[in-house]
Design a protein around this ligand. Structure first.
Ligand code: SF4
Length: 718
């Protein structure tokens, strides 16, 4: 059914990576009715409480409506409204001057999984193809870059093999490091619903905390934080000895099994020893291993609990290894499944929005790929080495190596680890440009130039969800004030910097160039990139507006079949040059910073059900605020007793990097020696509430993803 003929505008929820279809309708009284889009295959009409409350979050209070620049003398410099021409000139001339004096690597973009694919595409093109530096990274680095790195090592490219339907077809669903009930609620509802008709289907939850997701689980394994690789190496070893390896699949389609198995056997051949390291009941661990061995259709879905770790990439590969050994990939109801956090983290990956990627899933360190992209863009230069990843980027700003940064749609003073360091960096930075929809955020306080961007309901473009489904976000609200689309702002700066190649006048033109690049020379010189949007090329505005959700790859002409592809690797062919998947040896490593007598507790961070990121939108809805009205420190009652704090009292948590204050609670699902603090609250919502200030800036050496799930801390009465 075409958009426009249905009640309301068909669009996509801007929160989590489930990417639910939404219908939005503005009533005569200005009230916005929101409903799930029953034609969208990812949610089939369902919405969670955050999606349902979208209409309550689009009011203009607090919005940044006009460009501002910091003006005045000395300490009296304040942000003053200005014209677009003045603001854009200041950005373009500032970037040009700094690049001319210090070179392309002295500037950077820090972008976001909240951007639409079209915004991401032009930002990446400007930085990598015109400025000539790969210093563009994204807040997606913080949530799923370990999955990207794991996919690339195992499959040869960042490819998600499965789709949501596989969760319903599986006989065993394993959720690892994922409070799916709160963080990806519609996926959880799909699992819950299917279990009503298939009660024999089993659900295992592997998570240090007893979360809401565990309420549906047949088995909860509350493993010690950071011990996942031991657990999955143990599983690999168990599967091999149980005789359930798919020898034919391994021989025909993979490399490296013997080396990975040897490493797994080294420490993890004895399930009893693994149970001890992971602090698990040995019988429960064996039950899980046996269920995995016995179930042909297994989906292992994982999220931030796996990715946000100094061994996140190895955790991902230890999971994938188990699926490769059993050949459980590329067929209905089975496969490893990275559930992304943000609405468009996947779209950002497709256009190369990470500092170590190029565009259209091509590689920066591949000369042939660089030449392909540069020729397609007809660009003057091309970055030829990876840029600075998020944590390194802000350290380089503080060190003075990066002198100008343009931050888009994200709030790093709250969300990055060692967040006080980010404040110091921005304070020192010569030019801080921020595009945002909100006027006051913890990060905007450091801006020299503030650029008003369009928000959800006002902007037009595409997003890609966790199952590779590209959906449209459509505008149904008027443009507020002087706000502009992010892609448009970037193009206007690029043109002022003297760059051709940014003369887009509508979002569909950007999408068309992106789709064209995905297909450009795709089969030349032995290349076969699985990311391919050939079937979506050549859309005019009307066809782009009517575009229905579809899963890539689409390799056929617009006039042909446009069904997309539900799952990858069905033919056993992977994206490595030889077409074979790789087992990756994963020697287990503990989190980098150990607890000690000064900082004796392990801090874990994450989301609550009804808030999103730093609450600039969800914080506007009273009913969403009702669920969890303020930040909290969830800790075990015996730890509270030991450290002299009580439930309901304000306490100060500190680490070697910073401190924050919140109220103690005993949620009941937390192990001794650990605590949990949510990520959402910040200086705009409560003083001293930024948990990011505590988090150690330790990153995975392969992916650069920070270790948000373990920081040594102490707690004391405030
Ligand atoms: Fe939005 Fe995610 Fe909820 Fe779907 S599950 S309505 S995408 S927040």
């Amino acid at each position: 059914q075409a958009a426009g003929k249905m009640a309301g505008t068909q669009t996509t929820c801007p929160y989590c990576g489930v990417g639910c279809g939404v219908r939005a309708k503005v009533g005569n009284d200005g009230r916005i009715d929101i409903a799930g889009d029953e034609t969208h295959a990812s949610n089939l009409g369902r919405l969670c409480v955050k999606g349902s409350a979208l209409g309550e979050t689009v009011a203009l209070d607090g919005r940044l409506l006009y460009p501002k620049i910091r003006d005045g003398e000395g300490d009296r410099k304040v942000l003053q409204p200005t014209s677009w021409d003045t603001a854009l000139d200041k950005v373009a001339h500032g970037f040009r001057r700094i690049i001319d004096q210090h070179g392309p690597d002295s500037v950077a973009l820090y972008v976001s999984g909240q951007l639409l694919t079209e915004d991401y595409y032009v930002a990446n093109k400007l930085m990598k193809g015109y400025i000539g530096s790969a210093n563009i990274d994204t807040n997606s680095r913080l949530c799923m870059s370990s999955a990207v790195a794991g996919h690339k090592r195992a499959f040869g490219a960042d490819l998600v093999p499965v789709c949501y339907e596989d969760l319903e077809l599986a006989d065993l669903v394993v959720l690892v490091g994922s409070n799916t009930a709160w963080c990806h609620p519609i996926l959880f509802q799909r699992i819950a619903k299917i279990r009503e008709s298939r009660p024999q289907m089993k659900l295992v939850v592997i998570d240090p905390r007893r979360t809401a997701t565990c309420e549906l689980a047949d088995l909860h394994l509350p493993l010690k934080a950071g011990s996942d690789v031991w657990l999955f190496n143990g599983l690999l070893s168990f599967l091999a000895r149980a005789g359930v390896a798919d020898d034919g699949f391994v021989a025909a389609h993979t490399n490296g099994m013997a080396a990975a198995l040897e490493v797994a056997e080294e420490d993890c051949a004895d399930p009893g020893a693994v149970a001890k390291i992971c602090k698990l009941d040995p019988q429960d661990l064996l039950t899980f291993y046996q269920w995995f061995a016995d179930s042909q259709k297994v989906v292992t879905a994982f999220s931030q609990g796996v990715n946000q770790s100094s061994s996140g990439t190895d955790k991902v590969n230890s999971i994938i290894n188990c699926h490769l050994l059993t050949g459980r990939i590329g067929k209905p109801g089975m496969g490893p499944f990275s559930i992304t956090g943000q609405p468009n983290a996947m779209g950002g990956r497709e256009v190369g929005g990470l500092a170590n990627m190029l565009a259209a899933h091509m590689e920066l360190d591949n000369p042939q790929h660089r030449e392909t992209v540069q020729t397609y863009w007809n660009s003057p230069r091309m970055a030829d080495r990876p840029g600075l990843k998020a944590v390194d980027l802000f350290q380089a700003i503080e060190a003075g190596r990066v002198k100008a940064v343009w931050i888009m749609a994200t709030n790093p003073v709250v969300s990055l680890p060692d967040a006080d360091q980010v404040q110091r960096a921005l304070k020192k930075c010569e030019l801080v440009v921020i595009s945002d929809i909100m006027e006051k955020t913890d990060t905007n306080a450091f801006a020299h130039v503030l650029l008003p961007a369009l928000g959800w309901g006002e902007k037009d473009g595409t997003v890609t969800n966790s199952e590779r489904r590209i959906s449209r976000q459509r505008a149904f609200l008027p443009v507020p004030g002087a706000a502009r689309a992010d892609w448009q702002i970037i193009c206007q700066v690029a043109q002022r910097m003297g760059y051709a190649g940014f003369d887009f006048t509508a979002a569909h033109q950007v999408f068309d160039e992106h789709a064209g690049l995905s297909a450009y020379r795709n089969h030349a010189n032995g290349q076969h990139r699985m990311f391919n949007l050939d079937g979506l090329r050549g859309m005019d505005e009307a066809r782009f507006d009517a575009m229905q959700p579809v899963q890539w790859p689409l390799a056929t002409a617009p006039s042909g079949d446009k069904q997309g592809t539900a799952r990858l690797f069905a033919d056993g062919r992977f994206a490595h040059v030889d077409g074979r998947a790789r087992f990756i040896p994963t020697p287990p490593r503990a989190p980098q910073n150990a607890i000690d007598s000064e900082y004796p507790l392990s801090l874990n961070t994450g989301r609550v059900r009804d808030q999103w990121h730093t609450m600039t939108r969800t914080g506007k809805s009273p009913r969403l605020a009702d669920h969890v009205p303020e930040s909290f420190i969830d800790m075990h009652p015996q730890d509270a007793l030991l450290y002299g704090v009580r439930e309901g009292m304000l306490a100060r948590v500190s680490s070697r990097w910073g401190a924050m204050v919140a109220r103690v609670q005993h949620g009941g699902g937390i192990a001794r020696g650990t605590m949990f603090v949510p990520i959402h609250w910040n200086a705009q919502t409560a003083s001293d509430a930024r948990v990011g200030a505590l988090v150690n800036p330790v990153v995975d050496p392969v992916s650069g993803e920070p270790e948000f799930k373990h920081t040594p801390v102490r707690v004391e009465e405030f």
